[in-house]
Design a protein around this ligand. Structure first.
Ligand code: COA
Ligand code: AMP
Length: 633
């Protein structure tokens, strides 16, 4: 390891930010030296392909696992599995992780999976899911993890698009109130998809075992026991490590492609500079491996840093209580916790006086990081007061892969402004443009853009979809359009105002209302519909559907039940709408565009600004009667 670095924590935030602005190539080439390369890069960035470290060769698994064993950290805990939902816990040292991952890689290789092949991982939060991801990285296969809460048709879309050679799955997932049989969902998804994987490795969990399909399904444990460990395969820095599908504005998810070298460089740098976490520290991202937070900060980030990562199969409340976060921080000496504001709101609701917090010893905890949705100041200040530790909001997206706006705690920064996600992280150059496309003044809200080239770790492609990838950059040439509205204040703090498109954030889960509309519109009783996000005290936002039915549909109650059931069956229970309202008409412009902002304003009890272009303003009163929040009695 080098003694000093040009963008390291020791130089401080301001200097690092400036260096990354003035000499991004030097900055990131220097950061890349923290990794073990199979061929060290001599070039930082290739403008023609927008690839980072184009002549470098690397293996992400070596960097996340093997090299820590080689450096003498074999006996250190790499992964701590805590499953209050099953009552199980386990710790895997780096040596054990190496054994598990290299044999899981052998298991995949034995069934023909090779470099460049895709492997879909549809798993609950169990250690085997992490072994599977790293095993793919080891042999250069491209994993595509699908969140276990997605229903069969969503899984089918991802299988159809990524065309996996193999699928890794489990017999079941566990929610506090029920056991989710994964296998029927997987079988259904494969039936719906025209692409059929050659092999499905199924982890049989004792809570619910399942039947295996002959000539396709393999018992994971039996296949693992029969497998031998395989060595890592060198890949180009720019080769894909994974595809992660995320919601876009249409019903078709976007397959965000992440490279190997840029990703490893950015994540390893972020662990120190943003979170202040280094080898030997314990880091816990209480998210799910199905989301980008789970990819980056349950699996790759902490392991690339040689830290210990906590894998949590449970909920912030109810498994068994609202004290579980604090109990586990105490038990494992967690240094940094990362979660979604929703989790804190749920904890606050269940433990308003922080009795569980007071009971635990939280000496090891240095900071709590929040992301995934807006951190409302009330929640942020409440938890900061309870913990008496820095609570840091930070902002990023699946496309970016790691935080772009933060308070760089690892560089000694602690100044936060509640309501702002922090300042631009070194490597990111933000701009706000007004509606006319001009640079907005400080304090003025507009479209939040990031100047190209994006730093390492950010997406460089959408799987199978170069046109859609380009669309993210066309409106403001030379800039990535984040899809969020925001403003930069006079001190450089960036305030996020919410999405400018049809994406909503429900309990930190990114969902497309356009996709929900497609499902609702398919109901035979529905003539037209609009789904928008309504502010929700617990989940930040929740979907609400406005539906116009065909004449003569009598039993609206059963239509409503059908709509909710179909959304749950087609997308997943996480997308359950909070309400379905039956309206006589939707507010539209004269050109027929539904005025979703107006519906949102009605739902949220905000001031209603009637646009000049409205076709028929008389529909508004009826919608207000139907959906506006009722004043408290
Ligand atoms: N597999 C299957 N189903 C899942 C699931 C999964 N992995 N995750 C959630 N669901 C289901 C739930 O069982 C629930 O089903 P139900 O409607 O039949 O009860 C539904 O999806 C909604 O789940 P959820 O959003 O988790 O709401 P909840 O009311 O069960 O719990 C919270 C509320 C606040 C405890 C929960 O939303 C939470 O833990 N939020 C934090 C989320 C988070 O960490 N996000 C981080 C992303 S970075
Ligand atoms: P995802 O791709 O699932 O990470 O979702 C990204 C979106 O979540 C962003 O475009 C924002 O709209 C929202 N988001 C993430 N973090 C924050 C934050 N700290 N504050 C406000 N919104 C956030």
């Amino acid at each position: 390891m080098r003694e000093t670095t040009i963008g390291g924590c020791e130089v401080g935030y301001e200097k690092a930010f400036q260096t990354a602005q003035d000499d991004p190539k030097g900055f990131w080439l220097d950061a890349a030296q923290d990794l073990e390369w199979l061929k060290a890069p001599t070039v930082a960035h290739d403008a023609a392909t927008d690839g980072w470290f184009p002549d470098g060769k690397i293996n992400t698994c070596i960097n996340a696992v093997d090299r820590h064993v080689a450096a003498g950290r074999g006996d250190q805990a790499a992964l701590i599995y805590e499953s209050p939902i099953t009552g199980k816990s386990a710790t895997y040292t780096y040596s054990e992780l190496l054994e598990r991952v290299s044999r899981t890689a052998g298991m995949l290789a034995a069934s023909g999976v090779k470099k460049g092949d895709r492997v879909v991982i549809y798993m609950p939060m169990v250690p085997e899911a992490v072994f599977g991801m790293l095993a793919c990285a080891r042999i250069g296969a491209i994993h595509s993890v699908v969140f276990g809460g997605f229903a069969a048709p969503e899984l089918a879309k991802r299988i159809e698009d990524s065309k996996p050679v193999a699928v890794l799955s489990a017999s079941c997932g566990l929610e506090p109130n029920r056991t989710i049989a994964y296998k029927p969902l997987l079988d259904k998804a494969i039936e719906l998809s025209s692409h059929k994987p050659d092999a499905c490795f199924i982890l049989q969990r004792e809570e619910l075992r399942c039947e295996l399909v002959p000539n396709r399904d393999l018992d994971w444990n039996a296949a693992y026991d029969a497998a031998t460990a395989v060595d890592p395969v060198p890949v180009a820095s720019t080769d894909p490590l994974y595809i992660l599908y995320t919601s876009g504005t249409t019903g078709t998810p976007k397959g965000v492609v992440r490279d190997n070298g840029g990703h490893a460089t950015a994540l390893s740098w972020s662990m120190k500079a943003i979170y202040g976490v280094e080898a030997g520290d314990v880091y816990w991202a209480a998210s799910d491996i199905g989301w980008v937070v789970g990819h980056s900060y349950i699996v790759y980030g902490p392991l690339l840093a040689g830290a210990t990562s906590v894998l949590f199969e449970g909920k912030p409340i109810g498994t068994p209580d609202a004290g579980i976060f604090w109990t586990l921080i105490d038990k494992h000496n967690v240094k940094v916790l990362f979660t979604a504001p929703t989790a804190i709101r749920a904890i606050r609701r269940a433990d308003p006086d922080g009795e569980f917090i007071a009971k635990a010893s939280l000496d090891s905890l240095t900071a709590l990081f929040l992301a995934g949705e807006r951190a409302d100041p009330d929640t942020l200040l409440w938890i900061a007061d309870q913990l008496k530790k820095p609570v840091i909001d930070h902002w990023w997206q699946t496309e970016l892969g790691w935080p772009a706006i933060a308070t760089c705690f690892g560089m000694g920064e602690t100044q936060i402004k509640p309501g702002s996600a922090g300042r631009a992280v070194p490597g990111y150059r933000f701009k706000v443009k007004d509606e006319a496309g001009h640079d907005a003044d400080a304090g003025t809200v507009g479209t939040l853009l990031i100047e190209q080239p994006l730093p390492p770790g950010n997406f460089r492609a959408l799987w199978n979809n170069p046109e859609r990838f380009q669309q993210g950059f066309v409106d403001f040439a030379g800039h990535y359009t984040s899809g969020d509205a925001g403003m930069i204040d006079a001190d450089g703090f960036i305030h996020i105002m919410g999405r400018t498109d049809d994406i909503i954030n429900v309990a930190g889960h990114r969902l497309s209302t356009g996709q929900m509309e497609e499902v609702v519109a398919n109901h035979p009783a529905v003539v037209e519909c609009a789904v928008v996000g309504a502010a929700d005290e617990l989940k930040g936002e929740m979907a609400v559907a406005f539906v116009v039915t065909r004449a003569g549909v009598g039993d609206l109650d059963s239509v409503k039940k059908d709509i909710v059931r179909t959304i749950r069956e087609d997308i997943g229970a996480i997308a359950s709408p909070r309400d379905v309202f039956f309206a006589d008409a939707l507010p539209k412009t004269r050109s027929g565009k539904v005025l979703r902002n107006l519906l949102r304003a009605i739902l949220n009890g905000q001031e209603i600004v009637v646009p000049q272009t409205i076709e028929d303003a008389s529909v508004i009163d009826a919608l207000v009667d139907l959906a506006a929040p009722q004043p408290a009695a």
